[in-house]
Design a protein around this ligand. Structure first.
Ligand SMILES: Cc1cc2nc3c(=O)[nH]c(=O)nc-3n(C[C@H](O)[C@H](O)[C@H](O)COP(=O)(O)OP(=O)(O)OC[C@H]3O[C@@H](n4cnc5c(N)ncnc54)[C@H](O)[C@@H]3O)c2cc1C
Length: 399
């Protein structure tokens, strides 16, 4: 049995794997990383070429190996895929791909370690005492329902499937959604599309707030407030707002970034706005965001009535052997990096507690034996947050 299976090799999964190895867990023997992609890069490898590094919000460094200062005009998909590939290589991270996890199920208590989790994939099954889930959001594009959507005669696509505005040259495009992706699509469509219409449920949330560390903490606190109450995380833009930078100001002045308001329905030839206006369209581009990609965790029945998964930090309350990273407040490269570390430390600590319990059971007839005492001392240190890195695997080691 593994000590930890990490699902997903994006920013969150790589950070978690790095810290697990640093704390003394052995690649392959104790830790594996399972990733559904064909190659390195997480969600970034799928992002459209015009999303250059300079246009992305920011990609934070992974622990122990900085990104450096790549060309801001290079597509972020290429930059980040290269960076993650080098990161995996440099630290010898045990990434298996392409491996898609289909289900995670509970094992019965066994071996004196209180059971574990079984990770079922399209390339075999792994058993593990802990699972760090780092599956991001890219695989769960969110398409809101509007009446008439099925009857639209033109093309509909989601951000997930966007590649280049050239596909829309000379066409009338409706862009749905109030986030950064919608804004960037609209600006790129200027002078390419025959016409654009921006549909948002609420007025765009422009903000002049400076995106500094204090702002970042405030955003994290607000998202944590929801996920620690078992509610689904809100859309990114509802907590971050849209930064009023010079490019966006110009777009507003040009009329490109002025919302036509909410939509009531999709019609065969376009859309109908809530105020009754009909707008002809050849394309509806749904820039309506993503949801956490957690379908494979369904057998664990983690959802709360609020639609979210209740977490205490990164640990899932209903399944303490499971850690969610890149979820809610940690769904950014900065948050994912931190959450990966937190999950790795928590796994190492919990693993040691398991071993104390296991050793205690072995020696219970004559009272605690030497192994228990040794492991308990080790675990006490780990739980106190000190010396967590020592790689003592004498009792209850995985195998
Ligand atoms: C358009 C867009 C732009 C963004 N720009 C920024 C930005 O500029 N800065 C920023 O900080 N954040 C940005 N974000 C947020 C971004 O998603 C995070 O920053 C971060 O990259 C997410 O990392 P992650 O590791 O959580 O997920 P991902 O990078 O999505 O990695 C998840 C990995 O898990 C794998 N996976 C998923 N399901 C399974 C499964 N069942 N089995 C096995 N493997 C699986 C996937 O293949 C993938 O490799 C952006 C998001 C979007 C949608």
């Amino acid at each position: 049995m593994q000590a930890a299976v990490v699902i997903g090799a994006g920013q969150a999964g790589l950070s978690a794997a790095h810290h697990l190895l640093r704390k003394g867990l052995r690649p392959e023997t104790d830790v594996v990383v399972l990733d559904a992609n064909e190659g390195p890069g997480g969600a970034w490898r799928h992002r459209w070429p015009s999303l250059t590094l300079g246009r992305a919000h920011r990609v934070y460094d992974l622990p122990g190996f900085p990104l450096g200062t790549p060309d801001p005009d290079e597509p972020s998909s290429a930059v980040v895929s290269r960076y993650y590939a080098e990161y995996e290589r440099r630290f010898g991270l045990p990434v298996h791909r392409p491996v898609r996890v289909r289900q995670v199920v509970r094992l019965d208590a066994r071996d004196g370690v209180g059971g574990g989790l079984e990770v079922r994939t399209d390339a075999g099954t792994w058993r593990s005492r802990f699972v760090v889930n780092a599956t991001g959001t890219w695989d769960r594009p969110y398409w809101p329902y509007y009446p008439g959507r099925e009857g639209f005669r033109g093309r509909q696509l989601h951000t997930h499937d966007f590649w280049s505005v050239e596909e829309f040259r000379g066409l009338r495009v409706v862009v749905v959604g109030g986030g950064t992706s919608a804004v960037q699509f609209l600006l790129q469509l200027e002078g390419v599309a025959a016409a654009t219409t921006w549909v948002t449920r609420r007025p765009p949330q422009w903000t002049a707030t400076e995106f500094d560390a204090g702002w970042g903490r405030d955003v994290e606190d607000r998202v944590n407030g929801r996920t620690s109450a078992g509610l689904r995380p809100n859309s990114v833009v509802s907590v971050t707002g849209l930064p009023l930078n010079p490019e966006y100001r110009r777009g507003i002045e040009a009329g490109t970034l002025v919302s036509a308001g909410p939509m009531e329905a999709v019609t065969p030839g376009g859309i109908r706005l809530a105020d009754g206006r009909e707008v002809g369209a050849d394309v509806v581009l749904w820039a309506t965001g993503f949801r956490a990609s957690l379908d494979h965790l369904a057998p664990l029945q983690l959802r709360e009535s609020g639609g979210g998964v209740l977490v205490d930090g990164v640990r899932v309350v209903k399944e303490p052997r499971l850690f969610l990273v890149g979820y809610g407040a940690s769904a950014s490269t900065l948050g994912a990096t931190r959450a990966g570390r937190d999950a790795a430390l928590a796994v190492v600590r919990a693993d040691r507690v398991d071993r104390v319990v296991a050793a205690g059971r072995v020696g219970s007839e004559d009272g605690p034996d030497r192994a228990v005492t040794e492991v308990a001392t080790d675990a006490a240190g780990a739980l106190a947050g000190a010396g967590v890195g020592s790689a003592d695997r004498t009792a209850g080691a995985s195998g």
